[in-house]
Design a protein around this ligand. Structure first.
Ligand code: ZN
Length: 194
């Protein structure tokens, strides 16, 4: 299962319901038993929404009342019957695929997460392992920014040294060892590309 998820993260074009079904076929696993359930708002008797003088049955009044009611407080819920952690993982993956939700690896803590608000999110909402007072989202972008500054500083320093060395060669073409300069250029380029 982890292998399938990791493969789909590496190549998101493989993250489809068809491929998941084929994965189940290959491994002999199955999606846990599930059904849809409508969660009703028990506070409001919907029959009261219908004119009580109408000559209709209480059943019809209930159906018509429900049709007229504010449905924002109701929710359709998928209920999965799971017997272990493997079932929970299988149900989760199936549910994410059904809803078109991606699975990603957090750029800060390295754990799996499902980006609910923005599909291009890079960090999860857990507490950062590097800073207990921040979430990965807050800490991750800050750390990436600082890391970039460090790299930029190193690149700036490398260029300064390069220019200084080049200047020395130009001023003293006979005394400065050109071969050691070429070697330094190669090494510094390899380091900055890493
Ligand atoms: Zn994280």
């Amino acid at each position: 299962m982890k292998e399938f998820v990791d493969l789909c993260i590496k190549d998101p074009s493989l993250y489809t319901m068809e491929n998941f079904m084929f994965f189940l076929h290959l491994t002999g696993l199955s999606v846990p038993e599930h059904h849809l359930q409508y969660r009703f708002d028990p506070e409001k008797p919907v029959e009261n929404l219908i004119n009580p003088h109408l000559r209709i049955s209480s059943f019809e009044a209930a159906i018509r009342g429900f049709a007229k009611s504010d449905k924002s407080k109701h929710a359709i819920t998928s209920v999965y019957t799971c017997e272990g952690i493997e079932d929970v993982c299988m149900a989760s993956l199936y549910h994410f695929l059904k809803l078109g939700l991606a699975i990603k690896v957090c750029g800060n803590c390295g754990k799996y997460f499902v980006p609910l608000r923005r599909s291009d999110a890079m960090y999860c909402d857990r507490i950062s392992p590097f800073n207990a007072s921040k979430t990965c989202k807050e800490d991750g972008s800050q750390r990436a920014f600082e890391e970039k500054l460090k790299i930029d500083d190193a690149e700036k320093l490398r260029r300064q040294i390069y220019q200084a060395k080049q200047m020395r060669i130009r001023r003293n073409p006979h005394t400065f060892p050109v071969r050691s300069f070429s070697a330094w250029v190669t090494i510094s380029q390899v380091i900055s590309a890493a």
